[in-house]
Design a protein around this ligand. Structure first.
Ligand code: DP6
Length: 361
């Protein structure tokens, strides 16, 4: 774990006694999907995502210096006002992974209070927003110890740390578009942390909308760790990683040129490929529900009958993300209410759009 010496904290300044740091960090939705990883939490292919705006985790990190040094981690977790012991092992693992880079961790008692702005058990993964929020709060504690750290360095290390909590979390710190994983067509791209998309985003994608149709709000059928593991020994893995690399390059050009039709093709193909990978692994899974398929058919039908540029993407579950330009907001809202809401569990959906990353509160 002494990799990445640039992220080691070398200063030996006095530690602050106590304080509170608060931030809000968004979720993100991948356009080119991260699916398959190698230790520790390094991606098998480059991924590109839109950072979201409304779906966020708000975290308050309270830190109090411990009287005596110890070699364990001392933390409490409060989720939506209630102690949440079942989240603790994940945070414990996270602290173990990041401790070499934040040597002050064992010297504090932490209280991590957190809540999400999206409904609990909506099927929306909170690991990206949650881990990025915690990593960012911890980096602000590091900044109290090492005030010389610049904002870009702080964000970069927060992304590096967040990645060790949950891969996709590293893409939530900045926006509106981020890239994670080394790719020769994207200067500065890196396996260890995400970067802001280094090109100008065409105005066609500015203010892009993401309406999330909650098709099935149940517990995830397959955890992402299990899901990523399915790519080991997967018969199509190497072709998939090649395809992701090609799609990354295509999407880079699309985001620059504003070619929305080409965007639709790459994004929908990526979503279906992700699900195809799960259907063709051992064990195999179908994570879409009948209503997911009905929605996809409706989107294709709507696109055929109108000049709409709406498209869909999926994460590793049944919910559907509808991506569309802001100018279509009124028409799409009608389309959702007239034709799609019937497929949503309890008629629920969340209106989001692309956003700009984590914020200190
Ligand atoms: C399908 O980041 O949740 O959403 O690294 O094991 O925490 P871990 O996995 P996670 O995987 C996300 C997978 C995905 C695609 C994506 O976001 O790129």
């Amino acid at each position: 774990m002494t990799d990445y010496p640039e992220f080691m904290l070398s200063t030996t300044r006095p530690l602050p006694d106590e304080g509170v740091i608060s931030c809000a960090s968004p979720s993100n939705i991948a356009l080119v999907k991260y699916w398959g990883k190698r230790p520790i939490q390094l991606p098998q292919n480059t991924s590109i995502s839109f950072t979201l705006d409304t779906c966020k985790t708000v975290t308050n990190l309270t830190f109090v210096k411990r009287d005596t040094a110890a070699d364990n981690f001392d933390f409490e977790l409060i989720f939506e006002g209630q102690p949440k012991p079942d989240f603790k092992p994940k945070i414990q693992d996270f602290f173990e992974r990041i401790a070499p880079y934040l040597p002050f961790l064992q010297q504090y008692t932490f209280t991590i209070e957190t809540h999400n702005t999206f409904p609990h058990s909506s099927g929306i993964a909170s690991s990206a927003s949650g881990m990025s929020a915690l990593a960012f709060c911890l980096m602000h504690l590091e900044k109290k110890i090492n005030p010389a750290i610049s904002d870009p360095e702080l964000i970069k290390k927060a992304s590096f740390l967040a990645r060790l909590g949950s891969g996709s979390a590293c893409r939530s710190l900045e926006g509106p578009v981020t890239v994670w994983g080394k790719h020769e067509a994207i200067p500065g791209s890196n396996d260890a942390f995400a970067i802001k998309f280094p090109e100008n985003l065409h105005q066609n994608f500015e203010h892009y909308q993401d309406t999330i149709l909650l098709i099935d709000k149940g517990e995830k059928q397959v955890s992402s760790t299990v899901g990523h593991d399915l790519m080991h020994d997967h018969p199509f893995a190497s072709k998939r990683f090649e395809q992701a690399s090609k799609n990354t390059k295509k999407l880079k050009n699309i985001l620059r040129s504003g070619d929305v039709d080409a965007f639709i093709e790459v994004v929908e193909s990526e979503a279906l490929t992700l699900h195809a990978m799960m259907m063709t692994s051992l064990p195999y899974f179908i994570l879409m529900k009948p209503n997911t398929l009905s929605v996809l058919q409706k989107i294709w039908e709507y696109r055929k009958n109108t000049d709409s540029k709406i498209c869909f993407t999926l994460d590793a579950g049944a919910n559907v993300h509808l991506l569309y330009p802001e100018v279509e907001k009124v028409q799409v809202s009608e389309f959702i209410n007239n034709e799609l809401v019937a497929y949503c569990q309890n008629g629920q959906y969340i209106c989001d759009k692309i956003g700009f990353g984590v914020k200190l509160l």
